[in-house]
Design a protein around this ligand. Structure first.
Ligand SMILES: Nc1nc2c(ncn2[C@@H]2O[C@H](COP(=O)(O)OP(=O)(O)O)[C@@H](O)[C@H]2O)c(=O)[nH]1
Ligand SMILES: [Mg+2]
Length: 419
């Protein structure tokens, strides 16, 4: 729009109260007139809708403090102040969401309390209609821990060790979810509580919901018994998940082993074992250096304890180092297993050396691999897509270990033909 000449300006200002409001707004928007001079020349300020003032204030065309001087009703000035504060607050929430700093439950709460709006989410964040519906319908049920002290049946025992929150339950859920899709496992009802727990976490994973942390109670040591079916042959597997606090407690006080990682005597039976050490890569990438060294300490202590405890390591076929949450590896990492190996050997050097020695002494395999359950958004609280490669590789490896004797025949055939 062209600028007025001085004469035109004067003429317009003189009859400003006759000019349609929308035109006056445009003149002010384009900095051709100021609100001050319009009011001086007879524009009735209280006729202007308050959202118009808000727009000008946001565009720095107007100062909030000036409105009272210009004659705007004080209660309206107050209303505008509040509304501006609120929209700043809303914007802060959208910024937090865009920076991946808000968990899904908080987004849901803000939607209910007005801290964000549906339109705002769609407009100002990357959330689309479908995801918005997921957020609105998101529901995480409380579930009591499953008391499970049934003795392990004969078979291969699979243990998950790692700090609280390192992702043990998620790895389990992810493995069972994959096995269910491919029809690889058959539930064994000896561990009915374990099976219930497994069904629950798999169901939640399918609904993108992440598990609650496993509490440090003896009854919260979960045992899920299943049979791996390959070529029509059933191979019993006992999956044991411990609370992360138990793991740390045992690491700090080896005398407590009976009450912690050997809860219910699961660790000391004569079954063959696969031991999974779950390393939390995210703690590292979040720059929580102290927690990395405390992970290393705990693993070192654990290795020491296991070495002397019954035949824990002697009965182990394989110790797996799982560098978990590999979706947080640097962008562009091509070979994630390679990266996991170098990462572990560099940052957990002492644990690696320690395990290498025990590997020789007890003759188990030592494997280092990466794992991710999928892509997580909303500050790691919501699974936006599921990874199937990681569980596939782990199950394949577990199968090879569990069937060690006839490795070349059955397993090789199965995986070559199926995938
Ligand atoms: N980025 C990422 N985060 C994960 C992954 N697995 C788990 N997490 C996060 O870690 C949290 C704790 O996982 P959980 O399985 O409960 O840990 P546990 O205490 O060792 O059983 C989850 O709520 C997620 O936020 C993963 O593969 N990638
Ligand atoms: Mg857990």
């Amino acid at each position: 729009m062209s600028k007025f000449t001085a004469l035109q300006r004067e003429a317009i200002l003189r009859r400003i109260s006759d000019v349609p409001l929308q035109s006056v707004f445009k003149f002010i928007d384009n900095s051709e007139l100021t609100l001050d001079e319009c009011v001086e020349n007879g524009l009735v300020i209280n006729d202007i809708p308050i959202n118009q003032f808000e727009k000008w204030i946001k565009q720095s065309l107007l100062d909030l403090d000036k409105l009272a001087d210009l004659g705007l009703n004080l209660s309206l000035v107050e209303e505008i102040r509040k509304s501006i504060e609120r929209s700043e607050e809303l914007q802060e929430n959208y910024d937090l969401i865009n920076d991946d700093m808000m968990i899904i439950q908080d987004i849901q709460k803000h939607l209910r309390s007005g801290g964000v709006t549906e339109e705002g989410l769609l407009e100002k964040t990357t959330i689309d209609k479908e995801l918005l519906n997921e957020i609105k319908g998101y529901e995480k049920k409380e579930h009591p821990s499953q008391n499970n002290d049934v003795a392990l049946i004969k078979g291969t025992d699979i243990f998950f060790f790692g700090k609280a929150s390192s992702g043990k339950t998620c790895v389990l859920a992810s493995i069972f979810n994959y096995a269910e899709r491919k029809g690889l496992f058959i539930d064994n009802m000896v561990s009915i509580h374990g099976i219930n727990y497994k069904n629950l976490i798999v169901n939640e994973l399918k609904n993108s919901i992440l598990p609650d942390s496993t509490p440090a109670e003896k009854k919260a040591v979960t045992y899920i018994s299943t049979e791996l079916i390959l070529d029509g042959e059933a191979n019993p597997l006992n999956f044991v998940e411990m609370s992360g606090e138990f793991f740390s407690k045992a690491a700090q006080d080896p005398k407590e082993i009976n009450n912690t990682i050997d809860a219910h005597g699961y660790l000391s039976n004569s079954n063959k074992k696969l031991l999974f050490f779950i390393v939390d890569y995210k703690m590292y990438s979040d720059n929580e250096k102290s927690s990395v060294s405390s992970q290393a300490n705990d693993f070192n202590n654990l290795v020491g304890i296991l070495d002397g405890y019954k035949k824990a390591l002697q009965n182990a076929y394989c110790v797996y180092i799982v560098v978990n949450k590999s979706d947080k590896f640097p962008k562009g990492t091509v070979d994630k297993n390679d990266f996991a190996k170098s990462f572990f050997m560099k940052n957990f050097k002492s644990v690696y050396t320690n395990l290498k020695q025990k590997e020789k002494k007890h003759n188990f395999d030592l494997r280092i691999l990466h794992y991710s359950i999928g892509n997580l958004i909303f500050k790691n609280s919501y699974l936006s897509s599921i990874n199937y490669d990681c569980p596939k590789n782990i199950i394949q490896s577990i199968s090879q270990q569990a069937y060690r004797k006839n490795e070349d025949s059955v397993i090789g055939k199965f995986f070559k033909s199926k995938e």
